[in-house]
Design a protein around this ligand. Structure first.
Ligand code: HPA
Length: 289
C-alpha cells in the first residue's frame, strides 16, 4: 500500500499524524507504491531526466516542507518509474547552513517514511579528503562521522519512535552491494569511504582536513548525516552516494569554490544519473513491489 502504513502499530511508526497533510498531498500525485525513496543532491539532479514521471509537485506546495535555496537544487517531489522501478524522489534538500532547524532539514525523510518507503538512497556532493580521490569520482558511503555539532533526534521524540538509535550499521550492506553492482554494470569506478559531515557553510581549512583524515574520513560534506540518522530512527534501510566534486581544502593548490562543485557536478551528471538508475533497476528486480 503506497503512501499508507499497513498498520498504525507499525514498528517503524513515524508519527504519521504530523505529516498527514504532506502525505495526503503526495498520495494524490500517483497510484504508484514506491518502496524506494531517493534524495537528489548536487551532482545527481540529472536523474530526473531518466524518470518516467507519474506526478510531481514543487516543495512549496507540500505542507511543512521548508524552501530550498542553493543553486543547483530545484526543490520538487517526483513520483514515477526509474528503469521500471517505482520511486519517490525528492530533488533538492534544505541545508542546516541555510539556517533551517534540524527538524526542517530532515522533514523530507519523515514524510517519505510516512509515505511508506522502506529504502532510502541519499546522494550528495562532497570534497575528497582521501588523497587517492579525484574530482568526478563517486563514493558509496560506508559509515559517517557527525561533526555538525547537532543531532536531529534532540528534543521531543515523535510518535513512539526510539530515543536512542543504533548506528552500528547505518548504511545498509545489501544496498551498498547493489550500488557496487550498479557501478560495475555502468563501467564506473566506485570508491567506498567514510563521509564526515560539517555544519558549513564555510569550507574547511587545510588543518581541519588533515585532522579529518586522521579521524578516518574519506570525504567531507554539509548534508546527509542528519537524514541518515532520522531514516534509521524510522527503520528505513539507507544507502549513501557521494559525488566527489572537488579535492578538499589543502588537497590541491586551488582555492575552493561553489562554482567548482557545480562544474564537476555538471561534468559527471550523466554518469551519476546512470549509476542511480542502475541501482533503481537492481532494487526493482530484488525487491519487487
Ligand atoms: N567541503 C564541504 N562540503 C562540500 C565540499 C567540501 O570540500 N565539496 C562539496 N561539498
Amino acid at each position: 500500500m503506497a503512501f499508507q502504513r499497513k498498520s498504525r502499530q507499525s514498528p517503524r511508526g513515524v508519527g504519521d499524524e504530523k505529516w498527514g497533510a504532506a502525505v495526503a498531498r503526495l498520495r494524490q500525485l500517483s497510484s504508484l507504491r514506491p518502496a524506494l525513496g531517493i534524495i537528489l543532491g548536487s551532482g545527481f539532479h540529472h536523474v530526473l531526466a531518466r524518470v518516467k514521471v507519474d506526478g510531481e509537485l514543487s516543495y512549496d506546495r507540500i505542507p511543512g516542507l521548508p524552501p530550498v535555496g542553493v543553486t543547483g537544487h530545484s526543490g520538487r517531489v517526483v513520483v514515477g518509474r526509474l528503469e521500471g522501478t517505482p520511486v519517490l524522489i525528492f530533488s533538492g534538500r534544505a541545508h542546516y547552513y541555510e539556517g533551517h532547524s534540524m527538524e526542517a532539514v530532515t522533514c523530507s525523510v519523515r514524510v517519505m517514511a510516512a509515505c511508506g518507503i522502506t529504502d532510502l538512497l541519499l546522494t550528495n556532493a562532497a570534497g575528497g579528503v582521501n588523497p587517492k580521490f579525484r574530482a568526478g569520482d563517486f563514493m558509496v558511503i560506508s559509515d559517517h562521522i557527525n561533526l555538525m555539532g547537532v543531532n536531529p533526534l534532540r528534543g521531543t521524540t515523535i510518535g513512539g519512535l526510539p530515543r536512542f538509535v543504533d548506528l552500528t550499521c547505518a548504511y545498509d550492506p545489501q544496498l551498498r552491494r547493489w550500488l557496487g553492482t550498479a557501478a560495475r554494470r555502468c563501467g564506473l569506478r566506485l570508491r567506498s569511504g567514510v563521509y564526515l559531515a560539517v555544519a558549513g557553510p564555510s569550507y574547511e581549512t587545510p588543518a581541519e582536513i588533515r585532522a579529518f583524515a586522521r579521524l578516518g574520513a574519506d570525504a567531507v560534506g554539509m548534508s546527509t548525516v542528519p537524514e541518515t540518522i532520522v531514516a534509521r530512527q524510522c527503520g528505513l534501510r539507507v544507502a549513501g552516494l557521494s559525488c566527489i566534486t572537488n579535492l578538499a581544502a589543502g588537497r590541491s593548490r586551488a582555492a575552493l569554490s561553489h562554482q567548482e562543485v557545480l562544474d564537476t557536478a555538471a561534468r559527471v551528471r550523466h554518469a551519476g544519473a546512470r549509476l542511480v538508475a542502475e541501482f533503481a533497476k537492481i532494487h526493482g528486480q530484488q525487491h519487487p513491489t
